[in-house]
Ligand binder design. Structure first.
Ligand SMILES: Cc1cn([C@H]2C[C@H](O)[C@@H](COP(=O)(O)OP(=O)(O)O[C@H]3O[C@H](C)C(=O)[C@H](O)[C@H]3O)O2)c(=O)[nH]c1=O
Length: 181
């Protein structure tokens, strides 16, 4: 597996070695021994989530507040997304840094997102299936987030905001300024 650093400290792209033959392909999508030196929570993933989204559905930006903050290893199983992360760790050298990256199921890339980052994605195709490992259990009481169109972040989702479909909960998310105080 190739481990690639991103613009945010500790957030890593994971590019598995793909074994192809006449039957198709195979790769290890998670291997604790391989990730041990790069992913502090490698042995603490306790929950896997999977969602399916229609085109232009945006889920996020979400995070769980400490002590329920979740590190995640995300992957697009089917379809394509624009995935966004924001560093909310006040002690991080990349505090408030953010980026958007396109992840396509056909690339088989994964991304490790440390605890303390806000995360969301925009589905670019119908039936986009998104799966991720979490290092802490779901704790709705600790859930928070940032609105997808926050003016201070100005995230580039690649489509007009009028085309984006949100849950009622996500429509009411606070701004970055409200979250960081
Ligand atoms: C997250 C979660 C949700 N649920 C239930 C609660 C709701 O009844 C239903 C849908 O939840 P929600 O609308 O919060 O799902 P998403 O909008 O996909 O949330 C996710 O969106 C972005 C992409 C993330 O990175 C977060 O991990 C996660 O919050 O599943 C559970 O039972 N367990 C869970 O871990």
């Amino acid at each position: 597996m190739e481990i690639v650093k991103t613009a945010i400290a500790g957030c890593l792209l994971l590019k598995p070695r793909i074994y192809r033959d006449e039957r198709g392909w195979f790769y290890e999508s998670f291997n604790a021994e391989v990730l041990r030196d790069f992913v502090p929570e490698v042995m603490n993933f306790v929950q896997d989530n999977r969602s399916c989204s229609a085109k232009h559905v945006l889920r996020g930006l979400h995070f769980q507040q400490a002590p329920h903050a979740q590190a995640k290893i995300i992957q697009v199983i089917q379809g394509k997304v624009r995935d966004a992360v924001v560093d909310l760790r006040k002690d991080s050298p990349t505090y408030l840094q953010h980026f958007v990256i396109e992840l396509d199921a056909s690339d088989h890339q994964l991304m490790y997102i440390p605890a303390g980052l806000a995360h969301g994605f925009l589905s670019l195709e119908d039936e986009t299936v998104f799966q991720y490992k979490c290092s802490a259990f779901y704790n709705p009481e600790s859930e928070s987030g940032i609105r997808f169109d926050d003016p201070d972040l100005a995230l580039d989702w690649g489509v007009g905001h009028d085309n984006i479909r949100l849950s009622g909960k996500d429509r009411d998310l606070p701004s970055l300024k409200e979250v960081i105080g």
